[in-house]
Ligand binder design. Structure first.
Ligand SMILES: C[S@@+](CC[C@H](N)C(=O)[O-])C[C@H]1O[C@@H](n2cnc3c(N)ncnc32)[C@H](O)[C@@H]1O
Length: 225
């Protein structure tokens, strides 16, 4: 399954879905083609991408089921207007900022489907600490890149160890072989960083090495369980 198919598969059947940062409009199109929802609110902060989405949805004759809105994040939505909110293809910190800016709207949706391109750890931490619960998560691989797709709902879950910000608990539980591949890659990256900064004698760097060594120890433990 590719990234966009996985995003679509994780959206529950609903009446209205919001595709935030729609760009080409492919997520909106896939949701409507697959009858995942009756209507989509497709939004973007930039006019160029929003126009691309309008043109694309016109070309596949789905524009009548789509509302197009220009603006930042969830500020263009009214409370309870969208059952599912999809925010995909942005950095984890930007996704967290978008949710935090309009938290009332995010908390009133039935589900959030989030796909961070970077800093998934920051996004998971934000969700755990700000009234959201991760109820599902998947990993997909496309052209050597690993992507995580998170389904979150309002709620609370205690996390026992901060390593679960970095290593998704839900994906680990599924024992997806891709997760082992991803963790091996992470171990190698961390080991390379450790080797390259070990040459540096400054005490700040020593602290960073210790943090990375501890992280790798925990990742190895998770891989053995
Ligand atoms: C890389 S594209 C992702 C497109 C699509 N969601 C996907 O996953 O393939 C990111 C899009 O998010 C838009 N964007 C960035 N910040 C945004 C914000 N605060 N609110 C809405 N859209 C935003 C950009 O203009 C761009 O079109």
């Amino acid at each position: 399954m590719n990234r966009l198919e996985c995003i679509k598969s994780m959206v529950s059947e609903c009446s209205v879905a919001a595709d935030i940062g729609t760009d080409h409009g492919y997520v909106a199109e896939m949701l409507l083609q697959d009858s995942k929802c009756e209507r989509v609110i497709a939004t973007d902060i930039n006019e160029g991408p929003l126009n691309r989405a309008i043109e694309h949805l016109n070309s596949v004759e789905l524009n009548s089921k789509c509302d197009f809105r220009l603006g930042s994040g969830l500020t263009v939505l009214n409370e309870k207007e969208a059952d599912a909110i999809i925010i995909a293809g942005m950095g984890g910190e930007l996704i967290s900022d978008i949710i935090e800016t309009s938290k009332n709207i995010a908390l009133q949706a039935k589900e959030l489907i989030l796909q961070p391109m970077t800093t998934g750890n920051k996004l998971r931490q934000y969700l755990y600490e700000n009234g959201f619960k991760i109820i599902d998560e998947n990993i997909v691989k496309e052209l050597h890149h690993y992507y995580f797709i998170i389904k979150a709902v309002p709620g609370k879950e205690e996390i026992k160890d901060e390593i679960y910000y970095e290593i998704s608990k839900k994906v680990l539980e599924k024992k997806d072989p891709l997760m082992n591949e991803y963790m091996n890659k992470l171990l190698n990256t961390n080991e390379n960083i450790i080797r390259s900064i070990e040459k540096n004698t400054s005490s700040d760097y020593n602290e960073k090495i210790e943090v990375l060594k501890l992280k790798n120890l925990k990742i190895k433990e998770l891989m053995e369980n």
